[in-house]
Design a protein around this ligand. Structure first.
Ligand code: FAD
Ligand code: FES
Length: 362
């Protein structure tokens, strides 16, 4: 006998989006805009350096991208993001071309660990290294140090291609002029002939000289914040490692992972489909994960309300704790060494390697 009552597919539980109304759009350079939002009610609660996840529908499909807040909750009345175009990029070009004041964008609440706590008694040296759009979270951190820590100082080493590509140039000049505690050093890879500052590729030697100088100043405790293209990030980390800088003093944020992108196109021939147990919001769900699928993709296909943002292993929004089994990650740049040791995994780039994988999503 036919079952006339076809089982209804459970509707996915929608995460709660926060609608933010665009207040102002500022063209920073030919390929970057800053978008400032009206304060929602209650005010947006964020820490300097954190990011928003923008959620938009393109051709009927929900897409998400992360954008760091370039503002400081301590000084800026309105929260903002800055978006640099990526050639052929879906969100970055849309946001550069189609966003006007009055438009509403849906976001997820601010997330991210590329931040720190500030205290008026601190006497630290914040050494910030950034490249291109990587300036965005550094801008929020820099302004927060100035606002909260009169005894601390900030050095920003900022790499851009050309004079005209320097994002926030005017704002940085004005801040440097006003606050003695701030030093901004620009490094341009392709400057005009008139440029007298640092130029060419940012080398290990240049970074190493700055770090050694910073470390020699005993009265300040130096903390490093690095955000930029993979080259700058990797070179900086290598230099800091080689100078045995304590990793707890080094904070890094990456916007793009070539490794995660490559893994999506890799062949997973010979790998097995495996069941994974996901503990989410107090319930256990059994999800079948095919070799060419990540744990997050499999969970979303089953309509699980799993948290995520970048889907590249960078932002940690999809972080879960491994209770049993083994998971291989295509990219783990978002996790600290300690988090990896403690058994945290990123579901958006995680593939089960054994049949007893159980993950708890916090
Ligand atoms: C935590 C976090 C914070 C971020 N903050 C910012 C920010 O403040 N400002 C900002 O502009 N961006 C930021 N990004 C990057 C942003 O989320 C998008 O990845 C970026 O805007 C590209 O999205 P898209 O939709 O335009 O391109 P997509 O349509 O996703 O990609 C188009 C093509 O470009 C390639 N691609 C994507 N991004 C890059 C890249 N960075 N370098 C080289 N190739 C790339 C892709 O592989 C793809 O082939 C952040 C990312 C993360 C993870
Ligand atoms: S969604 Fe960003 S790390 Fe997984």
């Amino acid at each position: 006998m036919f079952n006339l009552f076809k089982k209804k597919k459970e509707a996915p539980k929608k995460p709660s989006y926060l609608p933010l109304k665009v207040r102002e759009v500022v063209k920073e350079t030919a390929d970057t805009v800053s978008i400032y939002f009206e304060q929602p009610d209650p005010y947006l609660d964020y820490k300097p350096g954190q990011f928003l996840t923008l959620v938009m529908d393109f051709e009927g499909k929900e897409q998400r991208r992360s954008y760091s807040l370039c503002t400081s909750p301590y000084v800026d009345p309105f929260p903002g993001i800055s978006v640099k175009r990526v050639p052929g990029g879906l969100f970055s070009n849309f946001l550069n071309e189609k966003i006007h004041p009055g438009k509403t964008l849906n976001v997820l609440k601010p997330l991210g660990n590329f931040t720190t706590d500030f205290h008026s008694k601190n006497q630290k040296h914040f050494f910030l290294i950034g490249g291109g759009s990587g300036i965005t979270p550094l801008m929020g951190i820099l302004k927060s140090v100035i606002a909260n820590e009169p005894k601390s100082k900030v050095t920003l080493l900022y790499c851009s291609r050309h004079e005209e590509h320097i994002i926030f140039k005017k704002e940085l000049d004005a801040l440097e002029e006003k606050y003695e505690q701030l030093t901004v050093i620009h490094n341009l890879s392709q400057p005009t002939e008139a440029w007298t500052g640092l130029k060419g590729r940012l080398t290990r030697e240049t970074i190493s000289d700055f770090v050694k100088k910073a470390e020699a100043e005993g009265e300040f405790q130096t903390e490093y914040f690095i955000c930029g293209p993979e080259g700058i990030l990797e070179t900086s980390i290598e230099v800091l490692d080689s100078l045995t800088i304590d990793s707890s003093k080094v904070h890094k944020e990456s916007f793009y992972s070539a490794a995660a992108e490559a893994a999506q196109h890799e062949s997973h021939e010979g790998a097995l489909t495996r069941d994974v147990t996901i503990l989410l919001e107090g319930e256990e769900h059994l999800v079948s994960v095919a070799p060419d699928t990540t744990i997050l993709e499999a969970g979303l296909d089953k309509n699980l309300n799993m948290p995520f943002s970048c889907q590249s292993g960078l932002c940690t929004a999809c972080r879960g704790k491994l209770i049993s089994g083994e998971v291989k990650m295509d990219e783990d740049a978002g996790l600290s060494e300690n988090e990896i040791k403690e058994g945290y995994v990123l579901c958006c780039v995680g593939r089960p390697q054994t049949s007893d994988v159980k993950i708890s999503i916090e």
